[in-house]
Design a protein. Structure first.
Length: 136
């Protein structure tokens, strides 16, 4: 698990969203200030265009650029602490909601506040999180 930004080449700590929950990106990348040698994980297009999640994506990117960029980062395994790039996929809002409902991501999601993780633990393992009192 990574407690650092999901953008390729960025090793900054993940950003608190203001409610104590960690975003997948650091504060600088979240604001769109991509630094040199960092490749954004977001492309602006839903990765479910081919229907691989079991339903067709309702967003038509050929109709114009208004929908491009309106995507969200989803943790494939539903674990918001597993921020490895191979566990992050980009989905439009309808596909993200459908995937999360289908997989039960909302019911088993662990909401971990950045202040709950001791600064000495950079990449908490499931065992470390359980020891801190989180149920996974």
């Amino acid at each position: 698990m990574k407690n650092v930004c999901a953008n390729y080449g960025c090793n900054s700590k993940r950003h608190d969203n203001g409610n104590g929950k960690l975003r997948p990106l650091c504060g600088t990348c979240h604001l769109g200030k991509i630094r040199k040698n960092i490749k954004p994980i977001k492309t602006g297009i839903c990765s479910n265009q081919n229907g691989r999640l079991g339903h067709l994506c309702p967003t038509d990117y050929s109709e114009g650029s208004i929908a491009i960029g309106l995507t969200e980062l989803d943790h494939i395994d539903g674990n918001c602490m597993n921020n490895s790039p191979n566990n992050i996929q980009e989905l439009c809002r309808p596909c993200h909601i459908a995937k999360s409902k289908k997989n039960g991501d909302f019911s088993r999601q662990v909401h971990i506040k950045s202040s709950d993780i001791p600064p000495t633990i950079v990449n908490p393992s499931p065992a470390q999180l359980k020891a801190l009192g989180f149920s996974l």
